[in-house]
Design a protein around this ligand. Structure first.
Ligand code: AGP
Length: 601
């Protein structure tokens, strides 16, 4: 979603600020803009489309303060006028905003009556005019007063030409991070633009307002009381957020999966078996129910956990998408463990779900990739997936690491409940071996020709059964989000209850079909699909040569224990989607209409 960067301090070139903004491109956006001080006045450049267009429009000037923004449209179509920064009537105030102001209609009516003139269709513009209305010479005070009048979610950065050496920022519901370098303070929606300047960062908390100056920042709560926020050290290096010779971040991030898994396993594979130190204090032995809540890919990882732990225990496990979960009357108590999964740690629906269940007395474990993100701060404990920065909008290595961490969590929970058997021992062995197996698979996998054959199909049906059904869901999501192909997923047994009516030679079926315990069942579903003349691509395990006699195309992965196929199958569905997207001429890193970090409901 929208991205914010602000810099204040020693004079800097404004194209540097625009380059920093490019680090947030991956969040998804449709327009971009920048404001800075030039000859004592606010100067603004905005453009529809890519930040590159903005780079071409800006002048080679320097400034002491600047704010920059990528917009992901919510109110008003994407165009130059609706792009941020927005200004007040005097043009002395400029502001960028991430979030949604729910009472903007009422505020706008009030401001119109007071004589303010609006030029955009955005909810954001009301904030600029409201600050103007509340301004009596002190920008911080004006922002403090203004945010009290706003309903909804916001992260804002504000500048005023009468105070060319400060920025004021505020957050509620949308993230903002600060970092103090030697001669400047940097503000951003996430840490990626900041790590070039400093790796020590501070996450603003709900209701916080910050005043940023050249060598210092001050943070107050929403009542104006000074507060001190924890400094987090981020150990991502800048190079990790670069493409390093790969055509796209997405393929680079898939190729990083072996190393990412190793990082997720560090300290969690021990002589005594799988261990999650983070959960030492948790009474996992007596948990009666587990509820997992997540969105998109993270939801699919949650489903794998359900199939896995449910099979080996009698714990009640429920999985829900966060946008539904938050509006249900969910029954939780102190014997319920809630697991909130979010690679970004900022997904609005997942965050709200955490708040709701915490109020009801449940213990919440967050699984996230971003140190210090909001969900990690609001949950009781966080298990980090340690995948390193993921820039491609499509989740790839973070999905793999979510699975790894969830398997470890499931295994340590089972072990602590005295459930351990040969099957789990084999699962555990496989997990330890998985970086090696991923390396081998990624080195030898060659499905370019296959992808090229299928690239022009407009529909795909992904099917799987049992623990392999989430892989079908994830495969379909990957393909639709970056290739814009109508890919749908069903538990294979459901085909005959409706979706099979869609199948014909123009509608291929992508079957997740390892020789696991439901193999014979999915083979029957493949036969049923073939009978409707659909082409079949199947992913199965090495050694299952027989399947090639039934289906049109087969992709092999190393043999695995039944429980572990979702892990080893992941790169296949990801690379298939990646290749098709690239071959169709799209940019898989920046799919249309999508954002990496979904910070609005
Ligand atoms: C997956 O490729 C998507 N980018 C999307 O479904 C994502 O998984 C979802 O928005 C949840 O994000 P989160 O893990 O950061 O909460």
């Amino acid at each position: 979603m929208c991205g914010i960067v602000g810099i204040v301090g020693a004079e800097f070139k404004i194209d540097e600020l625009v380059s920093d903004l490019q680090k947030l491109e991956y969040r998804g956006y449709d327009s971009a803009g920048i404001a800075y001080i030039e000859n004592g006045r606010i100067s603004i450049t905005k453009t529809l489309g890519r930040i590159q267009n903005l780079k071409e429009k800006i002048k080679p000037v320097t400034s002491l303060a600047g704010i920059a923004h990528t917009r992901w449209a919510t109110h008003g179509v994407p165009n130059d006028i609706n792009a941020h920064p927005h200004t007040d009537c005097t043009g002395k105030i400029a502001l960028v905003h991430n979030g949604i102001i729910e009472n903007y209609v009422e505020l706008k009516e009030f401001l119109l009556e007071r004589g303010h003139k609006f030029i955009s269709d955005t909810d954001t513009e009301v904030i600029a005019h409201l600050i103007e209305e509340n301004y009596e010479g002190d920008l911080y005070r004006a922002v403090l007063k203004t945010v009290k009048q706003l309903n909804g979610a916001y992260a804002i950065a504000v500048m005023h030409s009468d105070h060319p050496d400060i920025l004021v920022a505020a957050r509620k519901g949308s993230p903002l991070v600060l970092g103090k370098a030697e001669d400047k303070v940097i503000l951003a929606s996430d840490v990626t633009p900041i790590i070039k300047y400093t790796k020590d960062v501070v996450f603003l908390e709900e209701g916080d307002i910050a005043i940023l100056k050249e060598r210092e920042y001050k943070i107050t709560d929403s009542n104006g009381n000074l507060v001190v926020r924890k400094v987090y050290h981020i150990n991502w290096d800048e190079a990790a957020a670069e493409k390093s010779g790969y055509k796209h971040f997405m393929i680079k991030e898939i190729k990083e999966e072996p190393e990412a898994i190793e990082n997720a396993l560090v300290g969690r594979i021990t002589q005594e078996g799988p261990v999650l130190n983070e959960l030492k204090e948790f009474d996992l032995e007596n948990i009666e129910k587990i509820k997992l809540v997540a969105c998109g890919t993270s939801y699919h990882a949650a489903l794998v956990f359900k199939y896995f732990v449910e099979k080996h225990s009698d714990i009640d496990i429920e999985v829900d998408v966060a946008s539904e979960f938050r509006y249900r009357n969910v029954h939780v108590d102190d014997k319920t463990l809630v697991i909130a999964i979010s690679q970004s740690g900022e997904t609005a629906d997942t965050l709200e779900s955490v708040r709701i269940v915490k109020k009801k007395g449940a213990k919440v474990v967050a699984i996230s990739n971003v140190v210090g993100s909001t969900i990690t701060r609001e949950s009781d404990v966080t298990v980090y997936m340690n995948a390193g920065p993921e820039i491609g909008v499509a989740a790839t290595k973070t999905y793999v690491n979510q699975l790894v961490v969830l398997y470890i969590l499931g295994m340590s929970l089972l072990k602590r409940r005295n459930i351990w058997n040969e099957e789990l021992e084999n699962d555990y062995k496989f997990l330890k071996e998985s970086p090696k197996l991923f390396r081998k698979l990624l080195e030898s996998l060659d499905i370019d020709e296959l992808a090229s054959y299928y690239k022009n199909y407009n529909h795909f049906m992904y099917i799987g059964r049992g623990i392999n059904y989430p892989t079908a869901l994830e495969g379909a999501l990957k393909l639709k989000e970056i290739s814009y192909i109508n890919a749908t997923a069903y538990p294979a047994g459901e085909l005959k209850h409706g979706p099979i009516a869609l199948l014909d030679p123009t509608f291929p079926v992508f079957a997740i079909a390892p020789q696991g315990y439901l193999y014979e069942k999915i083979k029957s579903n493949i036969e049923e699909s073939k009978a409707r003349k659909a082409r079949i691509i199947a992913v199965t395990n090495e050694g299952n040569e027989g399947l090639s006699k039934i289906v049109d195309d087969v992709i092999y992965v190393p043999s695995a224990p039944d429980d572990m196929y979702p892990l080893i199958m992941s790169p296949i569905i990801q690379i298939f989607a990646y290749l098709i997207s690239d071959m169709r001429g799209y940019d898989p890193d920046k799919p249309r209409n999508l954002a990496k970090s979904v910070t609005v409901e």
